[in-house]
Ligand binder design. Structure first.
Ligand code: NAP
Length: 273
């Protein structure tokens, strides 16, 4: 597939300091895009910028905590100040969790909604006038858990369902304005997301229950994202397991609940035990 459609496009990637966001920033940089890398850790972004484009004038790093509406507004302002336009906004910054709801400090759900849902809403709100002008794309990186609920991840699933509802609505509102809205749902992908996932008390769990090496790579995930953007798809779900899960959830919801329970019960240190 040809990707010359990304040459000189201005693309904002939130959560660009790690995992899927970093792989996407690098891919779009290699395809000649002007990439805006956003995350909380500015030093990390600045160290990674040369791996996104050898031409550093085509990369902008912006310290952004997406839970702050003011940071999101400033991200959009700084992008337009430097590049004069916005073609694609990739709302990728995200955190996860792992604990049963009965044990959960409610602050954990608030944190997940703040990053995953409100971060997407804030960035989209301020970027929208520019995206309408460029007839560009807005992406929400959700998850298979945004279609089919994942136990011990109440905050994660509800935040991803919420992003899907938000973006599906936005797509209809702008159906005749040339705005492209993509709901992008990766399946399990190797990254830092499970190490950073919050435990019942809101602390990073610091380990992963999965064999990360056996999962889809962040680079492959980024390639699927680029294809979906190039084709202006409305929604994409990745991995065979992810597609099967969404299909089963839509067609056999009760059976899927039972199978999901069994699947999570087999996880290392399963929260069901
Ligand atoms: N990996 C998977 O299996 C998988 C599956 C489905 C969906 N996803 C989704 O893919 C997206 C990327 O996750 P990943 O797997 O690449 O995880 P990751 O390696 O942990 O990367 C998460 C990124 O989000 C940023 N971030 C976290 N909180 C932030 C905040 N408040 N403000 C700004 N940036 C913030 C982090 O940067 P800083 O810490 O520097 O701020 C980091 O760059 C997430 O939305 C995740 O839910 C992942």
């Amino acid at each position: 597939m040809k990707f010359d459609c990304f040459t000189d496009k201005v693309i904002i990637v939130t959560g660009a300091s790690s995992g899927i966001g970093l792989a996407s920033a690098r891919l779009f940089g290699s395809l000649g895009a002007k990439v805006v890398m956003a995350a909380r850790r500015l030093e990390v972004l600045e160290n990674l910028a040369p791996t996104v484009s050898a031409d550093t004038s085509k990369v902008l790093c912006v310290k952004t905590d997406v839970t702050s509406e003011e940071d999101c507004r400033a991200l959009i302002e700084k992008t337009v100040e430097k590049f004069g336009r916005i073609d694609i906004l990739i709302n990728n910054a995200g955190i996860s969790m792992r604990a049963m709801f009965k044990d959960l400090d409610l602050g954990v759900i608030k944190s997940l909604m703040d990053v995953n849902f409100w971060g997407t809403v804030y960035c989209t709100k301020y970027a929208l006038p520019w995206l309408l002008q460029s007839k560009g794309s807005v992406v929400g990186v959700i998850s298979v858990a945004g279609y089919s609920a994942l136990p011990a991840r109440t905050g994660y699933s509800c935040s991803k369902y919420a992003v899907r509802g938000f973006l599906d609505t936005l797509r209809i509102e702008h159906l005749h304005d040339g705005l492209h809205v993509l709901v992008f749902a990766p399946g399990y992908t190797a990254s830092n997301v499970r190490n950073a996932a919050l435990d019942a008390n809101g602390r990073p769990q610091g380990e992963t229950p999965l064999d990360e090496g056996s999962l889809m790579s962040a680079e492959t995930c980024a390639l699927h994202l680029a294809k979906a953007l190039a084709k202006r798809r409305s929604s994409v779900t990745l991995t065979a397991l992810g597609k099967l899960t969404v299909w089963a959830h839509n067609n056999f919801p009760n059976l899927t609940d039972r199978l999901t329970y069994k699947y999570i019960a087999r996880e290392k240190d399963s929260p069901f035990k």
